[in-house]
Design a protein around this ligand. Structure first.
Ligand code: FAD
Length: 483
């Protein structure tokens, strides 16, 4: 009987997991997760570590229900895997591909070592609809613009049908010599203890494969209605909130694709064709971000457009701190950053506004913002985060033009017209009338005092005059435009 090992990474699910499927279809399988904190990859941020902990706990349970086991270890996979493979007499190793440069290098190195030892290694795509190298321009080059990218991706046809979860996962026991390396989930110390700041995240999310499926079902059957218009509204529960589930591979994009296609066929999907197409195109942006990351391995650290290397950033650590804490004095910006701090997630429209405010109004390097999101988002994603920050900065592929400076007041008035979102996250200004809520500095003294507000005391004065900040950004960006 063959002895196999499936190395779980960002694919924490049983269903539609082609690599696990290849391992579990015959013989005994050792299911292994290795917490790799040794510098092979960018360390996970605090919020993502919390998510990972909860997701591993769920995977543990679902494997157990199939008769299997999940073994946890910590260390360098380049050392651990060959040791386990040899010690447990494994002949076949499977994993789902990853796309960051450091992970690709590590995986290649491990594959070589294992292959040299006569072990078969099977790697599969379980994370994307298309591999990043499969969608190319007519001239065979990587794509730089989203619309032709997505058109070319769609022309490749429907993704294959998702696979069911394996009926059974026969466990392969670790031999005694290796058993001491296996850890309990608590030993990984993924969750903060003192203080425990995860209450808001626990309330907001159900990590794990079952949580992802429930979220998808709910969204397709209900939330999708009006998505094309309402997806910009942070005051409504208007988007799928599948991003952390996708990030950790608790659900695959082709499961989402086919669930939606099926629901449309049977009439069970809420919403119009326009809603469904818009939603699919957002999955397209995720694919495009991975395409960019694969072809530009330094996407999180280097300007895609090198003209931005000469950009005159005004580094100001105090300004960055106020932004991080949601104390800028600009209500929509503060609301978004507080939502992020409490729940580990922020609405996409507000992500754009807070990023634009940091980069353009405060002239802080986009990498400082990317880093903060990396630490605080439960969906912190190596491709989406880097590509999106560069998109807002104007330094990215198919990016927002440098002169697009989001005005947080008009953005608030348009997308949070009754102020429900701002009132929820910035309660200290909730008593202002709607017309002043997004710009409390315009209120007269009597209006402020009627709302119980003293600017500069109970709520900050804006850190920057918006018109001045906009003009200063335009001048700074114009300086590098021709370089
Ligand atoms: P939905 O609207 O329901 O979309 C469905 C899925 O499509 C999402 O789950 C996501 O996987 C993908 N998607 C949606 N919008 C985008 C987008 N603009 N770019 C790439 N993929 C998208 N997304 C992350 O997953 N991780 C990040 O670290 C991340 N950082 C971001 C940073 C900034 C500055 C900005 C502006 C956007 C960032 N995004 C990131 C993209 C987007 O904000 C989130 O994917 C989205 O808000 C997730 O919510 P949802 O699942 O409800 O999205």
């Amino acid at each position: 009987m063959t002895r196999r090992l499936h190395w779980f990474r960002d694919d924490l699910r049983l269903a539609d997991n082609p690599a696990l499927h290849a391992a579990a279809d015959d013989g005994e399988v050792l299911c292994l997760y290795i917490l790799d904190e040794g510098g092979n990859r960018r360390p996970l941020g605090g919020a993502a570590r919390w998510w990972l902990s909860r997701s591993l706990a769920q995977l543990f349970e679902s494997l157990r229900a199939k008769g299997g086991e999940l073994v946890l270890m910590r260390g360098d996979p380049a050392t651990i895997l060959p040791d386990v493979v040899e010690g447990a007499g494994i002949s076949h190793v499977t994993w789902t591909r990853r796309y960051e440069a450091a992970a690709i290098t590590l995986d290649k190195r491990i594959k070589e070592t294992l292959s040299d030892a006569g072990v078969t290694v099977t790697s599969c795509n379980g994370h994307l609809l298309n591999e990043p190298w499969e969608v190319v321009s007519k001239a065979g080059q990587p794509m730089k613009v989203f619309t032709p990218y997505w058109r070319a991706a769609r022309e490749r046809g429907e993704p294959g049908q998702p696979l069911a979860a394996p009926a059974r996962v026969s466990p392969l026991k670790l031999p005694k010599a290796l058993a001491s390396q296996a850890l309990d989930l608590a030993d990984l110390a993924l969750e903060p203890q003192k203080p425990d700041w995860t209450g808001g995240m626990r309330e907001a999310w159900t990590p794990g494969e079952a949580g992802a499926q429930a979220q998808l079902e709910d969204f397709i059957g209900d939330g999708l209605a009006g998505y094309a218009e309402d997806r910009n509204r942070p005051d409504k529960r208007s988007t799928s909130r599948l991003s952390p589930h996708l990030r950790f591979g608790e659900i695959s994009p082709r499961q989402i694709w086919h669930a939606l296609a099926m629901a449309r066929e049977t009439g069970e999907a809420a919403g119009s064709d326009k809603d469904a197409e818009k939603f699919l195109s957002e999955l397209g942006w995720r694919e495009f971000s991975y395409h960019l990351l694969f072809h530009n391995p330094e996407l999180a650290s280097r300007n895609y457009d090198s003209r931005f290397d000469a950009f005159p950033w005004h580094r100001d650590d105090e300004a960055l701190r106020r932004w991080q804490r949601g104390r800028t004095g600009v209500p929509l910006v503060d609301a978004g950053l507080r939502e992020l701090w409490t729940t580990g997630w922020m609405h996409n429209r507000v992500r754009m506004v807070v990023a634009s405010f940091l980069i353009k109004h405060l002239l802080q390097d986009w990498r400082a913002g990317e880093d903060w999101f990396w630490d605080t988002l439960v969906d912190a994603d190596p491709a989406n985060n880097a590509a999106s920050w560069q998109w807002v900065a104007g330094s990215g592929a198919d990016a927002a033009p440098y002169f697009r400076v989001f005005n947080p007041v008009t953005q608030g008035e348009t997308w949070d017209p009754k102020g429900d979102y701002v009132r929820r996250w910035v309660p200290e200004i909730a008593a202002l009338p709607d017309s002043l809520l997004h710009q409390p500095w315009e209120a007269r003294k009597a209006e402020l005092s009627a709302a119980g507000i003293t600017l500069g005391e109970t709520y900050p004065k804006p850190m920057v005059d918006l018109a001045f900040g906009r003009q200063r950004a335009l001048e700074a960006f114009a300086a590098i435009k021709g370089s």
